[in-house]
Design a protein around this ligand. Structure first.
Ligand SMILES: [Zn+2]
Length: 167
């Protein structure tokens, strides 16, 4: 019975050493986490005119949609977390609308999602840059990528040139 017991002890020690090694690795290596949440506000109607009026009224700050990103970091280990919130319109009675209007809407939503994803990408780039700089001057990095967000909206008219339009 002796040899197997010794063998078992050896394995246990090896496992303990491995666990210690992995714990150390996760402690010494700073991490970056990216999480996103999507929220919807409800709209209804049967014409693009009605939908546009509802989005103007109910959309976030009068926009049709929004992507906002937040970055947290801890100065000790430089663990960085990027949180992205998306807000989109949800057309509740779309199935009752004419096919032609549904098609136009779906095309616009595709362009809108692409546009908001590009905003989110700026936040992710900011998070990666902060992580890469080991959390030095995070404020200026955030400022730089926020400016890119604004520039992107200026250049595309908040997505109009990319197809975020309804007739
Ligand atoms: Zn935009």
């Amino acid at each position: 019975m002796n040899p197997p017991t010794k063998f078992t002890i050896k394995i246990t020690m090896l496992l303990a050493a491995l666990i210690a090694f992995f714990m150390q690795a996760s402690i010494s290596e700073a991490s970056i986490s990216i999480k996103s949440k999507t929220y919807y506000y409800q709209i209804n109607g049967s014409t693009t005119g009605e939908l546009k009026a509802q989005m103007r009224k109910k959309g976030p700050n009068g926009h049709w949609a929004y992507a906002v990103w937040f970055i947290d970091w801890d100065n000790e280990g430089c663990d960085v977390s990027v949180k992205i919130n998306y807000i989109y319109p949800n057309w509740t009675n779309i199935n009752k609308a004419p096919n032609s209007v549904q098609l136009i809407w779906r095309k616009m939503i595709r362009a809108l999602k692409k546009h908001e994803k590009n905003h989110a990408r700026n936040g992710i780039m900011a998070g990666r840059a902060i992580h890469k700089n080991k959390c030095k001057n995070p404020g200026s990095t955030i400022h730089k990528w926020s400016a890119k967000d604004q520039e992107y909206d200026r250049n595309t008219g908040h997505g109009k040139t990319e197809g975020v339009v309804l007739p």
